[in-house]
Design a protein around this ligand. Structure first.
Ligand code: MG
Length: 278
């Protein structure tokens, strides 16, 4: 069963989404050489507290932090700690979340630590982010869930292959419904498979977290002994981008983007819904 939200509930989710956007802005500034991933979690905790928001990550299945910090070959679910010191040339994916009045926001981005990154890393992050926007632009009335998967996968497949061979669209993880809980039905694959069918119709009040994860090699992952950290099986580096989005009668509203997704969706010929908080 998919939880369909009222416009009032979507407005609450927009509040949570803007807190997540604030966590992104603050952690992005703090993700510099010499910082530990624990430092970034402290930054996130401070922003959540300043906004009177709760963390949906902290305590989730026993997770000990308010963000996931996934460095280089770590795909997702990296645990912030004091040992992981960011170095010039690293890439880090930061996944953040917030709860406001019981409504959840969830979004992730990949950042470059310092300078001098290889062009294929810059392109990896660009391709991953842009595939997310292609997916967000497919959040349209009349579409089905599979149309989002298709938009993400076909964007990635249309890009020139990296020097390492090809992009791996991570298969074991994907997007999800979001609302009164962080992870809800339906699960959203970042690729199309015949086994899955077309999925539900996208109707007003449908909310999703859309989150492609792409590596410079394999689509396969392992989980480390801490039972959280997800790495590529071949050690290639990976990128993760995510936004939470609500479909309304007036189109999609990207809840975790400061402008509601207006500028990027326009590149795809899609008009973002008006911001209920504006
Ligand atoms: Mg998510």
């Amino acid at each position: 069963m998919v939880e369909i939200k009222t416009p009032e509930q979507i407005a609450k989710m927009r509040e949570a989404g803007l807190v997540v956007a604030a966590v992104h802005a603050a952690t992005r500034e703090a993700a510099v050489p010499g910082a530990t991933t624990k430092d970034l979690d402290e930054v996130s905790r401070k922003v959540l507290a300043e906004h009177g928001a709760k963390s949906n990550f902290l305590g989730y299945g026993g997770f000990p932090a308010t963000i996931c910090t996934s460095v280089n070959e770590v795909v997702v679910h990296g645990i912030p700690d004091e040992k992981t010191v960011l170095k010039d040339g690293d890439i880090i994916s930061i996944d953040a979340g917030a709860i406001v009045d019981g409504w959840h926001g969830d979004a992730a981005y990949t950042a470059f630590v310092g300078t001098g990154h290889a062009p294929e890393l810059i392109e990896l992050s660009r391709v991953t982010e842009e595939s997310m926007w292609a997916g967000l632009a497919a959040m349209k009335l009349g579409n089905r869930l599979v149309d989002i998967s298709k938009a993400i996968e076909s964007y990635i497949r249309r890009q020139p292959r990296p020097a390492t061979g090809k992009y791996g669209i991570i298969e074991d993880y994907g997007g999800h419904g979001i609302g009164s809980e962080m992870h809800m039905d339906p699960h959203l694959l970042n690729y199309v498979t015949r086994k899955r069918g077309k999925g539900p119709k996208l109707v007003p009040g449908f909310c999703l977290a859309i989150e492609p994860m792409v590596s410079l090699g394999t689509a396969q992952t392992d989980v480390l002994e801490d039972n959280w950290t997800v790495v590529t099986t071949d050690g290639t580096w990976s990128s993760h981008w995510e936004h939470s989005v609500a479909l309304t009668e007036e189109g999609p509203l990207v809840l975790t983007s400061p402008d509601g997704g207006r500028a990027k969706l326009a590149e795809y010929g899609v008009t973002a819904a008006p911001d209920p908080l504006a």
